[in-house]
Design a protein around this ligand. Structure first.
Ligand code: FE2
Length: 386
């Protein structure tokens, strides 16, 4: 859930005549979620968004889950991976998937895209682990940098332009709307006083892009395991204005205000986003629990409803040994998980942590993919032995 925002020129009411300088009508497009019951935006195009010039061949684009793998605590050693491809879409390696979410990495070496991209089936949540740049979309220019979550609603047509330097992205395709946690919003959608962030931390696009020129514009659309190739004569960034609640935005993990307590606080205090059958949490530097007998490390935990993915972003993670920056753990439901030997005692008396991590808890089982197999740490399931 975001807030009302507008860029460029819009008519005083919805669905009325809004004319171009030559007297022709601008083309209105309503982009709405949950049918007509969710958030939406109204977009005003120079050209009809429906005017397709050519449809080229669709190319398979998807991953398969490894469903016959035994139940195992999993550590994916993805910290040492360099670039995963030149092109933004080719560089995406999805590692853990189910019907609600695909989780992976994308470390592209290329800095520009010579095509446009639209995810036709999933909202995208991109955590910028390293790198910076611009997300260009119909909604305008959106700056992103290290530590940002970029939330991109499905069907947003966009292009990434990365600055010089290494780019490492955590990519989640989420097959339901990505929202702020319900309990942090009042009945009208405003973030409440006890929310760990507020509207000031949510950054919409800053400037509209209006491209009037005609030419050949390729849009790659991801849907149903394929990339579909659509060619238009006009740029998809042909808007003169838009308004509404639906647009891409950034939220920086550095703006998440941690909630702490006298004794160990459970993961929901770190919750940042919700979607159907999953939550996303941000672990950030914070003061540890201050009860005189507090144990800062988490207790052993058996979550009977969820699989837990942790992406270790920065710093030493207090409960783990042998996990490096940029790797993942997957602790599946059905097995308890907890601190490595010695880590509970070691945590006692510590005053603060400098860790950053992104956690994705899914309420349906996750499966690793073939792409993930080369990174599986075979020793991890036994790593709790003394
Ligand atoms: Fe847990």
């Amino acid at each position: 859930m975001t807030y009302y925002y507008k860029l460029g020129e819009i008519p005083p009411k919805r669905h009325i005549q809004f004319r171009q300088p030559d007297g022709s009508l601008y083309q209105e497009e309503l982009v709405s979620s949950k049918g007509f019951s969710g958030i939406y935006s109204n977009l005003y195009h120079i050209y009809p968004p429906t005017r397709v010039e050519k449809v080229l061949e669709s190319v398979p684009y998807g991953v398969k889950p490894l469903k016959d793998r035994p139940l195992l605590q999993t550590h994916l050693k993805t910290s040492q991976i360099g670039t995963t491809g030149e092109d933004y879409l080719e560089a995406r390696k999805m590692l853990m998937i189910n019907n609600d979410v695909h989780i992976g990495i994308c470390n592209p070496s290329g800095k520009q895209m010579d095509y446009y991209y639209k995810n036709g089936e999933a909202d995208e949540l991109i955590y910028v682990h390293d790198g910076s740049g611009w997300l260009y979309s119909q909604f305008g220019k959106l700056r992103f940098q290290k530590g940002d979550y970029i939330v991109i609603p499905r069907t947003t047509i966009y292009k990434m332009a990365f600055d010089e330097g290494e780019v490492r992205l955590l990519v989640c395709e989420i097959f339901s709307p990505i929202e702020t946690p319900r309990r942090y919003r009042n009945e009208l959608g405003q973030l409440l006083e006890h929310s760990p962030f507020c509207e000031r931390d949510i950054h919409p696009p800053s400037e509209l892009i209006t491209e009037r020129e005609q030419g050949e514009y390729l849009v790659k659309i991801k849907k149903n395991g394929f990339l579909h190739h659509y060619v238009y004569k006009h740029s998809p960034f042909d808007l003169v204005g838009w308004d509404g609640f639906l647009y891409p935005y950034t939220f920086s993990i550095y703006d998440f205000e941690p909630i702490t307590g006298r004794i160990h606080q459970p993961p929901p205090v770190h919750q940042t986003f919700q979607a159907h059958n999953l939550v996303v949490c941000s672990f950030v530097p914070r003061l540890f629990d201050y009860h005189p007998l507090a144990i800062p490390a988490p207790y052993n935990h058996s979550n009977i409803d969820s699989d837990e993915v942790l992406f270790y972003a920065e710093g030493e993670f207090m409960s783990r040994k042998g996990i490096d920056r940029g790797s993942f753990t997957l602790h599946p439901g059905g097995l308890p998980h907890g601190p490595h030997p010695g880590m509970i005692e070691k945590s006692i008396g510590k005053k603060e942590t400098h860790e950053y991590a992104v956690m994705i808890d899914t309420f349906r089982p996750l499966y690793i993919t073939e792409e993930a197999l080369p990174y599986v740490d075979e020793n991890y399931p036994m790593s709790w032995k003394e």
